[in-house]
Design a protein around this ligand. Structure first.
Ligand code: GDP
Ligand code: IMO
Ligand code: MG
Length: 428
């Protein structure tokens, strides 16, 4: 089994962290390939709760080598804080590898993220404010700072000068902010170099060699399909490739080495930030999902927008990512509902549409067509086999499986590591 990818199938926070943690015991490397500290993964192990942002969740498993590959953008201060916090709790972080080609989030990226959002007014994306978009913009614009630049002061200074040249004009003349001094940035970044030096390597080569040795690599996607910069609800997306294809470009591992794609999908839907969300609920049902599911952001603490399961989105994700298995999380959150609506298609201006429409305005105007399923009232959090679930819960899962484009191979029934029902082997 060479390589597998975990991706979010909806708008994020599906429980990818828990799914990675679940598989980590069977893998040698876990790779974060996109995004940065905009991600927030909560993993519950026994009485301990961990919130990870920049580090891959697999770091919690002893023996696994964690990797931050080239597709990630790194806020180094946050990286050190996370490493120190985990070390203080007894997690071994000594094997972490970071790509020399990963881009660096600096103070000016964070500032630009916040001021551009403010200037967008009503059209704002609702970003996490972590500098993600401006850092990827610099990467594409070829004025980014990479990890390797931190080890050559001359190069670093030239690059920071190049990057700040235009930005300072923008900051001062357009956004009415103070200019940022080149020295300030260079001094800060250089101060990180010594600690970083042993971690920064050619991760593409190291992963290739691991695969050649027959070791197993798990790619852990941040964000999700509907937040992907190409395939999501643009412009209300993040700035990276959070679909399975991103695992290849974001790591330097060829696509034909990846043979399992594990999609994580919630038994309902949530979204943080702005943008279209056809099944969003504004009534007591939405509050029920938010309260029962503790749907408040791991990164920003914002209440998540909540809605019913959207089968066209699951089918879309199955197609775009090549999902081989779905893990459905949070089935337990639906306990107590009399009936559970599932969106099976959309009504767009009076026409039934079965797929996620390519036109953004159509998606904005999509009204869900619901099918209703009977709920259950029994506590399911202790169930460990599919047969132990109440009949109506089994029927809900089977109905969703039939509409979602891939088999549902595991079902989450609680936040804990062991609160899962396995139906099929995810890696086989
Ligand atoms: P990620 O960003 O995809 O890793 O997901 P988050 O960690 O942001 O959000 C998922 C939340 O749901 C976390 O607080 C998890 O502990 C929790 N969780 C995961 N799976 C389950 C489940 O099956 N049931 C319940 N009740 N909670 C779950
Ligand atoms: P995980 O990995 C949910 C959303 C933000 C905003 C948009 C752009 O925990 O699933 P950005 O700061 O990335 O430029 O913000 O994307 N967003 C997420 N929503 N979960 C995440 O990560 C997210 N990462 C970014 O709320 O709407
Ligand atoms: Mg999250």
């Amino acid at each position: 089994m060479p390589a597998a990818v975990i991706i979010g199938a909806q708008w994020g926070d599906e429980g990818k962290g828990k799914a990675t943690d679940l598989l980590a015991g069977r893998i040698d490397y876990v790779v974060k390939f996109n995004g940065g500290n905009n991600a927030g993964h909560t993993v519950v192990i026994g009485d301990e709760k961990y919130a990870l942002h920049l580090l891959p969740s697999g770091i919690l498993t002893p023996g696994v080598t964690p990797v931050i590959s080239n597709g990630v953008v790194i806020d180094i201060e946050v990286l050190f804080q996370e490493l120190d916090a985990l070390s203080a709790r007894g997690v071994d972080v000594s094997r972490l590898r970071i790509s020399a080609n990963a881009h660096v989030i600096t103070a000016y990226h964070r500032t630009l993220d916040k001021v551009t959002e403010r200037f967008l007014g009503k059209r704002q994306i609702g970003t996490t404010g972590r500098g993600i978009g401006p850092t990827y913009a610099d990467k594409i614009n070829r004025v980014g700072i990479r990890m390797q630049d931190l080890f050559d002061e001359n190069i670093l200074r030239q690059k920071v000068e190049g990057a700040l040249d235009q930005k300072n004009h923008l900051l001062v003349k357009v956004y009415n902010r103070r200019a940022i001094a080149v020295d300030e940035i260079v001094t800060e970044l250089l101060s990180y170099a010594d600690r970083l030096r042993p971690m920064v390597v050619d991760t593409a080569l190291e992963l290739h060699e691991a695969l050649e040795r027959g070791e197993t690599v798990l790619f852990e996607g941040g964000q999700a399909t509907m937040l992907d910069v190409d395939h999501g609800t643009y412009p209300f997306v993040t700035s990276s490739s959070s679909t399975s294809g991103g695992a290849a470009t974001g790591s330097g591992i060829a696509p034909n080495r990846i043979d399992r794609v594990i999609g994580i999908v919630k038994a309902y839907t949530t979204r943080v930030g702005s943008g279209p969300f056809p099944t969003e609920l504004f009534d007591a049902s939405g509050d029920f999902l938010r309260e029962n599911g503790h749907e408040f952001g791991t990164t920003t603490g914002r209440p998540r927008r909540c809605g019913w399961y959207d089968a066209p989105i699951a089918r879309y994700s199955a197609r775009i990512n090549g999902v081989t298995d779905y893990v459905m999380t949070k089935l337990d959150v639906l306990t107590g509902l009399e009936t559970i609506p599932v969106c099976v298609a959309y009504d767009i201006e009076g026409v039934r549409v079965d797929e996620v429409p390519v036109s953004q305005s159509d998606f904005h105007h999509a009204t869900p067509i619901y099918e209703e399923f009977p709920g259950w009232s029994e506590d399911i959090s202790g169930a460990r086999t599919f047969e132990e679930l109440p009949r109506t819960a089994r029927e809900y899962v089977l109905a969703i499986e039939a509409m979602s484009g891939a088999r549902i191979s595991a079902i989450g029934v609680g936040p804990g590591r062991d609160a899962i029902i396995a139906r099929h082997d995810l890696l086989d």
